[in-house]
Design a protein around this ligand. Structure first.
Ligand code: ME8
Length: 650
């Protein structure tokens, strides 16, 4: 019987800067789904790639003095190397500069024109260059800026092609409100109210003010609007209207497009309209997740140094990072990233939970039975409960997977891990081992533990593909023992299984030491004041003086690179500052009024020549300026963000 096809896609990312942890989230989530579906026996196609046209790329390339193609080629390599590091098992990597994609886009544009859905007109309106999006005045935010990224928009007026949207409005409204296309559904109402109810406006689908795009074949001064170009990737990759691939019949419609909320509108309205206009079936699901935030803002390229996925996976392993980001994000909600939360989670779930379960179990089989269990069994208390937990997993996971609730899948799996660790405490194998009469019971307990490890490791291999084969080697599981179908069977490992002690899977991390080291690394890699910025040499520190006059105090601008609470203190925050002079640590009594994340990235005023002191045992080299509010609270003084770090305040 031929396998059922399953087609899943990430967005194609802009190669306009290095990939960051936000890109990792979508890609790792899709990878885990793709791996799970493959395990279930689907014929999976997993697509990712890069969206390489548009004004933004053209401008960046110009700034660097290279061609747009040379510019994107370099960044695409970094994306691909990150996906290798993160064990992303994509089946195809599409680049919108690939010939076959260009062929498809040109064909789509022509077809929509021939069908009368695209017409020529004049565009006047607002354009957000970073988002490559046109907006009507009513869609702008309260400051007249882009409603997505809140940056200023520009006035645009030019001859342009438009796509009629109104013929599709009713069908799109039904798609959003009456089907389960959009996951989670809560977002559908918001889209309908904001974009469809006020009247779906025609979409400007070509540009003439720049050239880095796909030319309109019948009017070459126009290039195709980057979103029409980009969205088409999902079908050009299958060979729709091109000669390179022949998978369209097999894989279309897609089973899952996964994106974050910033680009939901394009996938929930424009993409369905394009497909309707082309008379093509619509994708089955659009899974929309929230943002990984840092400092309360969407994690973006500029924060790449604070949360660099290459650095994190080098220190903790790609699987730990994959686990952490998937576990933290609930579909639809944002998830706030912090190194401390990540390290604590690695310690609690992976080192103490899973890692400890495997190493304790294998060590006991080794110690009490020389590595190979005897075949006799003696069931006892707690066995049924453990088995039921392990056997119940498959059904729960499948239903969560259908709703793209990956965080809950991991929560379910780790509940079984906890159950198994509890079973060790309940059955106390070390006590059983004291009396030879308990030998068979002891072997049964250890076998049950090995089986439970096997049964959690199978679904976990979709999420942590590097670690599970190591576990299988340790618990003596063969390839046949870890097939997905075996999840219905408790007792698959051979009765006389032989274990193999192995490396520690997730070494425990010393949180304080690690955070300090990370901060040092972050500080070292922090972009110094941009080289293009006017050169500025901070004045040397003033000599230490008696404290009379204000002028004797050396005040400087500094930037908060990292910040965390001081343990055992309700009042103190510990801040790592870039002061333009090599960096320093300051402790400040502002914890009642500020969350650490709120301060990271901000510039502050620093009393820079204060004698170092210890507060709560933590060294503080300077003081942060703050002022009292009438209500007794305290506000930090944030100077003009354009002031260079190290600037002397007079
Ligand atoms: O929008 N948290 O590309 P893009 C979570 N080229 N996910 C994030 C994220 C964050 N902080 N930041 C980015 C584009 N992402 C277009 C897409 S598709 C036809 C064209 C992820 O490089 C998330 O999936 O700006 C988001 O939707 C995508 O990156 C946008 O990436």
């Amino acid at each position: 019987m031929s396998k059922k096809p399953f087609y899943i896609t990430t967005p194609i990312y802009y190669p306009s800067g290095n990939p960051h942890i936000g890109h990792c989230y979508t890609t790792v989530a899709c990878d885990s789904i793709a791996r799970y579906r493959r395990m279930q026996g689907y014929d999976v196609k997993f697509l990712t790639g890069t969206d390489e046209h548009g004004l933004k790329i053209e401008q960046k390339a110009k700034e660097k003095g290279v061609t747009p193609k040379a510019y994107v080629d370099e960044i695409v390599q970094i994306f691909q190397s990150l996906w290798k590091t993160m064990h992303i098992s994509y089946d195809q990597y599409i680049r919108t500069t690939d010939d076959y994609h260009i062929e498809t886009v040109q064909h789509i544009f022509r077809t929509l024109y021939d069908k009368g859905y695209i017409y020529k007109g004049e565009y006047t309106g607002k354009y957000c260059t970073p988002c490559e999006s046109f907006w009507t005045p009513s869609q702008l935010d309260e400051n007249g800026c882009c409603p997505e990224c809140h940056r200023p928009v520009t006035e645009a007026k030019e001859e342009a092609y438009f796509m009629k949207m109104s013929p599709f409005a009713d069908r799109i409204e039904k798609l959003l409100l009456e089907t389960d296309y959009l996951q989670p559904k809560t977002r559908a109402v918001e889209l309908v109210n904001n974009f469809i109810k006020p009247g779906l406006e025609d979409l400007c689908v070509s540009r003439t003010s720049f050239t880095w795009g796909i030319p309109v074949t019948f009017d070459e001064k126009h290039v195709v609007y980057v979103w029409i170009d980009a969205l088409s990737n999902y079908i050009s990759a299958l060979g729709y209207q091109n000669h390179a691939f022949h998978d369209f019949e097999k894989f279309w419609p897609a089973d899952v497009h996964m994106v974050a909320k910033d680009i939901m509108r394009f996938h929930a309205i424009i993409w369905p309209a394009m497909l309707m206009a082309l008379d093509l079936p619509l994708p089955k699901h659009l899974a929309v997740h929230g943002w990984i935030t840092f400092n309360g803002q969407k994690m973006s390229k500029s924060m790449g140094n604070v949360v660099d996925p290459f650095l994190l996976s080098e220190r903790y392993g790609a699987d730990a990072i994959r686990y952490h980001i998937l576990r933290e994000m609930a579909l639809g909600a944002d998830s706030s990233f912090s190194n401390e939360i990540m390290i604590n989670r690695i310690n609690s779930d992976l080192a103490n939970g899973l890692g400890n379960l495997v190493s304790r179990t294998v060590a006991m089989v080794d110690k009490y039975f020389g590595g190979t269990l005897p075949t006799e069994r003696q069931p006892g208390a707690f066995d049924d409960e453990l088995q039921a937990a392990a056997l119940g997993l498959k059904e729960k996971l499948e239903s969560l997977l259908d709703n793209t609730q990956l965080n809950l899948m991991l929560a379910e799996i780790f509940q079984v891990v906890s159950r198994a660790n509890k079973y060790i405490d309940e059955t106390a194998p070390w006590i059983l081992a004291r009396d030879d009469a308990n030998r068979i019971r002891l072997a049964t307990v250890l076998y049950n533990l090995l089986e439970t490890i096997r049964m959690v490791s199978v679904p976990l291999s979709a999420f942590m593909p590097e670690t599970m084969p190591k576990i299988w080697a340790q618990i003596g599981a063969s390839e046949a023992d870890v097939q997905y179908e075996t999840l219905t069977q408790f007792g698959k490992l051979p009765a006389d299984v032989t274990v193999q002690k192995g490396e520690i899977l997730f070494p425990r991390i010393d949180v304080d030491k690690e955070i300090d080291e990370l901060n040092q690394l972050i500080l070292a890699s922090a972009p110094k004041e941009t080289p293009e910025a006017p050169a500025y040499t901070p004045e040397p520190l003033a000599e230490e003086i008696a404290i009379d006059t204000f002028g004797q105090v050396d005040l400087r601008v500094a930037k908060v690179i990292a910040c965390e609470k001081v343990k055992k203190s309700k009042k103190l925050l510990k801040l790592q500052l870039d002061d333009g002079m090599g960096g320093r640590q300051v402790v400040s009594g502002i914890a009642p009024w500020y969350q650490p994340e709120e301060l990271i990235g901000k510039k502050i005023m620093l009393v820079a020549n204060l004698k170092p002191a210890k507060l709560c045992g933590v060294e503080s080299c300077g003081m942060i300026c703050a002022a009292d509010m009438p209500d007794g609270t305290v506000r930090v003084i944030f100077p003009d963000t354009e002031l260079p770090v190290g600037a002397k305040i007079r």
